[in-house]
Design a protein around this ligand. Structure first.
Ligand code: NAP
Length: 473
């Protein structure tokens, strides 16, 4: 068998493992195995590539692998589940930077005269794309990381003519790219590389600037997709089939995830990227929000316990506030006590509850809540009228009935969990704070709703203490 057949067959095996792994990542029960299978695919791809490339000296390659592995292991060990969005932002950014470096390094290799590509215009074009997309992904991801880590304000930064400035930067970058591809003069080409590398880095920053911190998960998923496309372009630059395939997989899965998140918020990607959502407080109340009636009725931990003790069907609806207060462990403890008391407990998961895709799933998995208890929105809503108690833990927008019935509401059309249909609703929040959208919520004023005020974790600890004292009597 020729060397080329062995190399390409190994790449096909690696690609199949990537696809299988990706598929398995779609379900919590198989996700760990999926991760492992993709990792094996990556190992095959790396080993085969190194053997294929006639490497003369492995010193720097081994040094890089050791440093990268130590950093990766440390991150896997020490980064908390709640800081995963920041971690993913950094990983995307470095993926983009790698493509930018591969693109520019290949340019200097060709310029150095060691090789002459068969199709110089094609090679120059893919170098341009790898650098452009890689540069945007790198600086955009670093900005997103700084917003998520609160090193920079999470607010959308808007200024007059922002879209025009961004548009002009993009046009200038493309012009520099065209000059790079068609210019025969080496100095003109070098100048063009300098210009579009710099512009790509500026563009990444300015494109993320007008997007609020709350929308960063959508941006990160989009940047993830871009890092895949950059890797795909880098694969064409160095003629590496498996890099092209892996890049396409990351690119397309990122696009799908971005689309799912936008649909779950009933917003278009353009609205997320360009509307400056979250830059200013929500518009003056209109529609249902303007005519909200009813009063907020507080309830104590003791009374909440009494309601829960009598319940037979309980649904827990977690939201961003559960993540803020890190209440997942005490939530699990409370759920176990309610079950021991003879009730059935379910966790209703909204696809955009919290601030990143799967945010609630990750937190509840960390607290060892069994997968079987997690129910998706579409499955729980038909059961909602049969629920004795719905406990809303730091969720707001995802249970706001205005989304389904107030056409004037900015979140109209966003699918919600129908918590208001349960017989009794207990809402845990610290005060009168609004949710991510900045909107008031009629749910809190409904006759069947009670407000358990305070940090979610301490409120739940109060309820758990009541269950414990019942158990000890
Ligand atoms: P939310 O609408 O942001 O509401 C969170 C609620 O938690 C607030 O009303 C707040 O009220 C309460 N809270 C905050 N800290 C708390 C604490 N320590 N203890 C108790 N309560 C606390 O959250 P959500 O219902 O989960 O909705 C998520 C929102 O984020 C949606 O609008 C969604 O579109 C958006 N979003 C999500 C994603 C994603 O991928 N998941 C991406 C982009 C945007 P108080 O201040 O009164 O306590």
């Amino acid at each position: 068998m020729s060397r080329e057949i062995i190399i390409n067959s190994s790449y096909i095996v690696a690609s199949i493992l990537f696809i299988l792994g990706l598929k398995m990542l779609g379900r919590q029960a198989t996700a760990r195995k999926g991760n492992l299978i993709s990792g094996v695919g990556m190992l095959i791809a790396i080993v085969v590539t190194l053997l294929d490339r006639h490497v003369i000296d492995y010193t720097w390659i081994i040094t890089g692998i050791v440093i990268g592995s130590v950093i990766g292991l440390a991150c896997a060990r020490f980064v908390k589940m709640t800081t995963m969005p920041e971690m993913v932002a950094l990983l995307n950014g470095f993926g983009g930077l790698a493509s930018l470096i591969v693109g520019t390094a290949e340019y200097f290799r060709i310029r150095g005269g060691t090789i002459v590509p068969d199709h110089p215009e094609f090679t120059a074009s893919v170098i341009f794309f790898a650098v452009l997309i890689g540069g945007i992904t790198f600086s955009g991801s670093i900005y997103a990381f700084c917003k998520l880590a609160e090193w920079l304000s999470g607010r959308a930064v808007l200024f007059r003519g922002q879209h025009i400035v961004n548009g002009m930067l993009l046009v200038l970058t493309v012009v520099a790219g065209v000059v790079f591809v068609v210019a025969g003069d080496p100095f003109l080409q070098l100048a063009a590389v300098g210009v579009f590398v710099a512009l790509a880095l500026v563009l990444g920053w300015t494109l993320v600037m007008p997007i609020g911190g709350g929308d960063m998960p959508v941006v990160i998923s989009m940047l993830n997709s871009l890092s895949g496309l950059a890797a795909c372009a880098a694969g064409f630059v160095i003629s590496n089939n498996v890099l092209v395939v892996a890049g396409c997989l990351v690119g397309t899965s990122g696009v799908i995830l971005t689309a799912i998140m936008c649909r779950a918020m009933n917003r278009s990607l353009a609205n997320v990227l360009f509307s400056g959502f979250g830059a200013v407080p929500a518009a003056t109340a209109s529609g249902e929000a303007a005519t909200m009636q009813g009063e907020l009725k507080p309830i104590s931990a003791e009374d909440s316990f009494a309601v829960l003790e009598a319940a037979r069907q309980v649904v827990i609806i977690p939201g961003y506030g559960m993540a803020v207060s890190q209440a997942q462990h005490v939530v699990r403890e409370m759920a176990e006590m309610i079950e021991r008391n003879g009730a059935e407990v379910r966790f209703a998961i909204h696809p955009v509850a919290g601030r990143m895709p799967g945010h609630m799933n990750v937190l509840l998995a960390e607290a060892n809540v069994p997968y079987e208890q997690l129910v998706e929105m579409d499955s729980i809503n038909p059961l909602m009228p049969t629920m004795d108690v719905a406990i809303v833990i730091g969720a707001n927008d995802v249970v706001n009935p205005a989304a389904s019935r107030d056409k004037a509401s900015p979140i109209y059309g966003m699918p919600i969990i129908n918590a208001h249909e349960a017989r009794t609703v207990i809402c845990l929040k610290r005060g009168k704070g609004t949710g991510f959208s900045g909107l008031e919520n009629q749910l809190f004023l409904m006759p069947n709703t009670r407000m358990l005020y305070g940090d979610a974790k301490s409120s739940l600890q109060g309820v758990v203490a009541e269950f414990k004292s019942l158990a000890s009597t």
